[in-house]
Design a protein around this ligand. Sequence first.
Ligand code: NAD
Length: 351
Amino acid sequence: MNILITGAAGYIGSHVAKQIIEYTDYNLTIIDNLSTGKKETILALQNILKNKESGTQKMEFIKEDLCNFKAIEKIFADGGFDALIHFAASIVVPESVLNPLKYYMNNTLNTINIVNLCNKYDVGKMVFSSTAAVYGEPKTIPVNEDAHLAPINPYGWSKLMSEQVICDTAKANKNFKYIIFRYFNVAGADLENRIGQSFPNATHLIKVAAQTAIGKRKQIAIYGNNYNTKDGTCVRDYIHVDDLAFAHIMGLEYLKEFDSDIFNVGYGKGYSVKEVIDTMKTVSGVDFKVIYEDRRAGDPAQLVSDNRKIINAYAKLKRFGLKKMFPRLFRYDNLELICKTALAWEKNYSL
Ligand SMILES: NC(=O)c1ccc[n+]([C@@H]2O[C@H](COP(=O)([O-])OP(=O)(O)OC[C@H]3O[C@@H](n4cnc5c(N)ncnc54)[C@H](O)[C@@H]3O)[C@@H](O)[C@H]2O)c1
């Protein structure tokens, strides 16, 4: 298979590209404008491919912006792609409130364009990165895929609109199938410390805690300690990036056998902000400074996935005999391990 991946110089896309190299012989073409992604990440992927024993697999990197529709169309026209995995997006929620059009253009408009190109150039499979932000403030925890969709910020809306475009297009074109993954909180890094979250201003709690533990930041803030949760701080579902990445490999295989679908990807387990910070303190051995600030607008008290649907899908696939299988879909469901890998990456990474 020839796979096109957008945004694979970034955090999650690079872990998926790594696993495509490790677990398949699919050829990869990566498009990224390096706005938050890094050239070093592409070099690390090229090294992983070089060190792989089987020699026929290819990876090409094209530095391009998805908003350059002409250039992107040429890549589709020349590529002969069988599948698209679309990660490239803007992802900072508060920024989306201040600058919504950036999100509607970079996320929604560019997705419309590439879905259109998939149809025009017969790319029959698409895997799309969506987010738990499409649920807004869910009424029931854990939240399942049929829950009411009510984003509370432009980032969430930009992703929900993209989902709608993909679903409607697939209804009209039977040769176009999709998997939409709604990620919960993604954290950690490659266990061999070759790639990780490389954007220094990232706002993810575990990354920020790791940065604070090694002195890249002076302190970490907890926003709100009077939520109706176990210790008053917000509860989230943290998934190791390599487990999330493997779900994408599964998604590609799933589409060979089954119809389009939407899956939550999380462990179905909630940890409070305070528990996460305490775990980072334990694994780093550093009692770093924590301050308390007011709640941030639009932070739901709890966001935990109901992940039964994706676990059942994996079991269904197993019966069809996917080649590279693991006994469990989620292998790294361990907060200490997630924090350790995030910390190791932060120490390794110079920015
Ligand atoms: N990180 C999370 O916790 C999380 C949670 C839910 C959903 N997601 C989704 O996962 C996807 C990947 O997120 P990430 O954390 O890896 O972010 P990231 O910023 O590390 O990666 C995004 C990549 O896309 C590239 N990019 C952005 N706009 C582009 C454009 N116009 N043209 C070409 N390349 C462009 C960036 O340079 C970067 O390499 C996003 O779609 C995001 O919405 C992430």
